[in-house]
Design a protein around this ligand. Sequence first.
Ligand SMILES: C[S@@+](CC[C@H](N)C(=O)[O-])C[C@H]1O[C@@H](n2cnc3c(N)ncnc32)[C@H](O)[C@@H]1O
Length: 159
Amino acid sequence: MAPKGDNVSVSSINLEKIFSMKGGKGELSYANNSQAQAKHASSMLHLLKETLDRMQLSSPEVPFVVADLGCSSGSNSINTVDAIIKHMAKRYDALGNDSPEFSAFFSDLPSTDFNTLFQLLPPLGNHGGSMEEALATDSHRSYFAAGVPGSFYRRLFPS
Ligand SMILES: C[S@@+](CC[C@H](N)C(=O)[O-])C[C@H]1O[C@@H](n2cnc3c(N)ncnc32)[C@H](O)[C@@H]1O
């Protein structure tokens, strides 16, 4: 162990392996201690929606994909992704178009507790029903979800 006060050099790759929010759903977990972040995210929602309104809509055959870089393991990321997808679905609907298939990539450092994040996801809403029906209910998820472990300072996705 390095003596107190000495600088300890850790490579950025090693930091990526160990540096993440506290997982699980316990008292000290990020999932249970991120209400302040949730408040800020919801106060910024109108700006996010303004940005989404400026996006050009593709044809409904082209899937719409959301990626959250730094999702951590609480429900904040899930709530923001949900708000984005519901807003975009409304835009397609307003034009009389079908909604595209929606997907969300939840990305964070490999040491993130993706299990807790995935357990917080509402059930996928197209079992026996359509994605449109799932979009109409709050208790179901209207998008496919995947986890992407890695640093956002490196390449995370194929072209
Ligand atoms: C304060 S948390 C925010 C989590 C969530 N987006 C929210 O709003 O509650 C910041 C997240 O960024 C992640 N993070 C920090 N540096 C990162 C990097 N280089 N690549 C990917 N994720 C990173 C952390 O692991 C952490 O989960």
